[in-house]
Design a protein around this ligand. Structure first.
Ligand code: KG4
Ligand code: ZN
Length: 361
């Protein structure tokens, strides 16, 4: 079944065409560089940018997939979490299309998209096998979320096992990059410089030391410690200092994440972890998670391309494909609305065949 998926949750306008778990196209128009001078997304500007680009990204996604609207059988759209007025642009467009084309619409949770993004391109038989397995965890590492999630039922039921109590990992990396004068969003630049630095050059406090059993992540104390350290070094940092700072920060931030993952695995033994979100583009983080996987004899899955890590609509199409395979016929169009604080543990069982009439299409 061909799905046209849309995501406008933050500062990327994205549309994709997927068919089951295959990604036929995935067009992402990033606005991120616009926000460099503010050091964060400006919602009203993001809304305007989405409005200007949405038709273009949809047309491009259809063209790249060599298809057209007549062949699209369902619409999937991110309904949250995200910036309310940004989400609104994608949702409005998705509802217009679903109603004009008289096809089902599925409102999808963005974090569900991130943690299921490693399934893109999997074979159906592989997914059927996965469905039978117990003990799969999702790890979402993005600009706004850091969560370890138990996948109780694929594409329908989740439990959050560990989450950050303050800043997200991506947010902490972005703020550190900004302190070092590396612009916004700085996660990727920080990674490049960190590769050239010494991760033991500066001692930073490891968060939640001795309290790992509580399964809580926290990055705000580490960020403050970094701020004080940078201040103490004065205003003229040389390249070596910047690389060493970047490397030391990344080292501590990733060490904290993997420690909490290890503790979660002690409490909830799992056979697999699926990792998604912008920060998983980071090769050092992947290396550490892979090492953890080898030591604990568990499979770690990542998305197959960098484009599937950051915000993108293909991951939303993949989730829709899985929900359709479970028998979802979408939602009543009027009920599809933005949910800026939509938590993954509020995702409900997809609406089944028996409810097709209620959907009103
Ligand atoms: O998933 P995402 O695109 O957006 C949200 O849902 O928040 O994640 C964006 C985050 C930003 O914090 C960005 O700096 C970070 O992902 N990021 C990286 C890398 N590429 C993007 N962090 C570390 N290393 C990277 N290579
Ligand atoms: Zn995201």
């Amino acid at each position: 079944m061909k799905v046209l998926a849309i995501d406008t949750s933050c500062d990327e306008t994205s549309a994709a065409v997927t068919e089951d778990l295959k990604v036929l196209s995935n067009v992402v128009w990033s606005q991120a560089s616009l926000y460099a001078k503010w050091g964060g997304v400006v919602p009203s500007l993001a809304q305007r940018q989405h409005e200007e680009r949405i038709n273009w990204v949809i047309a491009r996604a259809l063209k790249t997939a060599t298809t057209n609207l007549k062949e699209v059988e369902a619409i999937a759209v991110t309904v949250g979490p995200g910036l309310a007025i940004a989400l609104g642009v994608g949702i409005k467009k998705a509802k217009e299309l679903a109603s004009d084309l008289k096809i089902p619409i599925l409102g999808i949770n963005h974090i569900e998209g991130h943690i299921l993004s490693p399934l893109a391109r999997s074979r159906k038989s592989e997914v059927n096998e996965i469905r039978q397995k117990d003990g799969i965890l999702g790890l979402a590492v993005s600009g706004a979320h850091t969560e370890v999630i138990l996948i109780e039922e694929l594409a329908s039921k989740y439990k959050i096992l560990a989450e950050t109590q303050d800043d997200a990992l991506g947010e902490a990396l972005d703020k550190t990059a900004r302190m070092l004068g590396l612009g916004y969003p700085g996660g990727a630049v920080l990674e490049k410089l960190a590769r050239l630095g010494n991760q033991k050059a500066y001692a930073l406090p490891l968060p939640m030391i001795g309290k790992e059993k509580q399964l809580r992540l926290s990055y705000s104390g580490l960020k403050t410690a970094m701020w004080k350290l940078v201040e103490s070094l004065g205003s003229d940092l040389d390249k070596k200092q910047i690389c060493d700072l970047a490397s030391s920060f990344q080292n501590t931030a990733f060490e904290h994440l993997t420690r909490i993952c290890r503790e979660t695995l002690k409490q909830y033994p799992a056979k697999e972890i699926w990792v998604g979100g912008g920060v998983v583009a980071n090769l050092e983080l992947r290396k550490r998670l892979r090492k953890m996987g080898q030591e604990l004899k568990i499979t770690i899955r990542f998305p197959y391309s960098k484009k599937l890590c950051g915000d993108n609509a293909a991951m939303i199409g993949v989730v829709a494909g899985l929900k359709i395979a479970r028998g979802s016929f979408g939602q009543k169009i009027d009920l599809v609305d933005r949910r800026p604080r939509f938590r993954i543990d509020e995702v409900a069982e997809p609406m089944g065949r028996e409810n097709k009439e209620k959907r009103g299409i």
